[in-house]
Ligand binder design. Sequence first.
Ligand SMILES: C[S@@+](CC[C@H](N)C(=O)[O-])C[C@H]1O[C@@H](n2cnc3c(N)ncnc32)[C@H](O)[C@@H]1O
Length: 584
Amino acid sequence: MGEPSATLFCFYKQPGHSCSPMSDKLNAQELLKEVEKLKQEIKTLKNRKKYGLVWEEKPEQVVSDCQNKLPILKEVKNKAIITDKNKPVNILMEGDNYHSLSVLNYTHKEKVDVIYIDPPYNTGNNDFSYNDAYVDSEDGFRHSKWLSFIQRRLKLAKNLLRKNGLIFISVNDIEQANLKIVCDEVFGEKNFLANLVWQNKEGGGSSDSKYFRIKHEYILVYGGVKDLCEIAGDNISNLERYKQTDCYVKTRGPFYLQKLGMGSIQYSKSLDYPITTPDGFSVTPKDNNNGKKACWRWSMTKFEWGLKNDFIVIKKDKTDVWQVYTKQYLNCDNEGSIINRTQRPFGVIDGFSSTQATKEQSGINMSKFTYPKPKDLISYLISRHINTSAIVVDFMAGSGTTGHAVLDLNRIDGGSRKFILCTNNENNICEDITYSRIKSVINGYNSLSGEKISGLGGNLKYYKTDFVSTEHINKISDESKIKLTYQAGEMIALRENTLEETEKNDWWQIFTDGKKQTAIYFKEDKTKLQSLVSKLTKTNNKAILYIFSWGKNEYKNEFSEYKNIRIEDIPEPILEVYKEINKL
Ligand SMILES: C[S@@+](CC[C@H](N)C(=O)[O-])C[C@H]1O[C@@H](n2cnc3c(N)ncnc32)[C@H](O)[C@@H]1O
């Protein structure tokens, strides 16, 4: 008699479990082994977590491309806008945001204070495309595709956020519940801060609706590490002091007075302006006793807004000296989780509706964009982060509202925030809409009614994502490493915030921000390295020198006599980042 044989039917297929074709001839021993293996697998499955969201992972071309294409940046120099060298330089990146986020994982790891995104809502109405095809409402994998898309990008975005950073994500009922579960997993349930309700329709909404009239959307908020996050205005530790009331008590709540002038805040010339008292005197911020220069807490525009809207009191104190105060209203200090049209002390009053958002585009030299967010809504969200020099990222930039909001908020409160916007160039959106809008708001434009809208000023650099091809991300040839080193210049310049290229030859490339310099030395051959170092150390200014090497820390102890030079390796740290991303 020959060996007994059996047929094993495979009822399910696990990744890595080779059960196809569906039936295989096995002898008894093999069968027992297989049964044992299945028992083990069932045990593992039982021990798996039982809570979470399950969906069918859908491969995405732009992600698999990164197996053999390493993302880099190329500047489009003729699109740079520079109006004021003393202001921060903002960034616009054209390309799929999976690639831009990969680059930012190298340049901005844990450096970003605020992320705002407004992803496609997956309406089934040509708003969301996956692998270059729109996902319609009949697509059986509609939610799986959206979840695969958003989860991959959120994982990359999380790495950018500072520990006290905040991420705001706009969403509506179609994906809100799914997104909350994905975010709990990516950012940690313990870092959930709020599911804000934004009332986006002021009037009736769709008033003939048979069911509920939906007049709101959501904004999910997570912190890098919740305990380290602070929401501007919300941290009310002393309710006792809200003692006074006025005619606004029903809406704004009780208030207390706080001096507008402070010696303790960072001095800024734009916050140092005269204020006229009711009897015609002019008062300026009083310098501190220890000689530190003082300024007001609010910019002049915000002060004027405050005066008009009853947030300012100018009166004499007990010693007969004129003082300027802000009224700190309880409901304005901690406004809670519903965002609607009420007045706010952040300089943002009106314009929280979707209709307002569309109006904001009028007169701006840009192609039409449907469903933008209102600028003031985004300014308001950004202003919840306490850092007025925040780095703000929006990797679903659309018409560039976040960029507009950052520039406008800086105008209102004298801040020096800067933005990084990323968008693809589907239907030429990046050039004809995002870039055109930012250019108009920086330089100024005429509204449709002919009113001249002054430019907000500021600077912008425009980059496109590009690639260095390689065999495989886990098997990178020496040739690809050399190519990457030659082409990583703009990425490194962005990492060091020294964006102006001043020199490039076969041996090195140098960038500057006007003060410090960043240099990249391309070669293994050291013959010219010393002359580059001498060049960089001519002044006492700081310099960062990236030196090509096959590994890491090869030059760590070299040039230690030059205190102003920091040495970095290239290209290994970039490759490490990309290999990590590939594992996510
Ligand atoms: C809903 S819109 C954002 C609108 C924006 N908040 C505004 O106010 O104009 C979503 C945007 O995400 C961007 N986007 C979508 N998928 C992308 C991708 N894979 N890579 C880069 N950008 C993408 C596009 O710019 C698209 O217009």
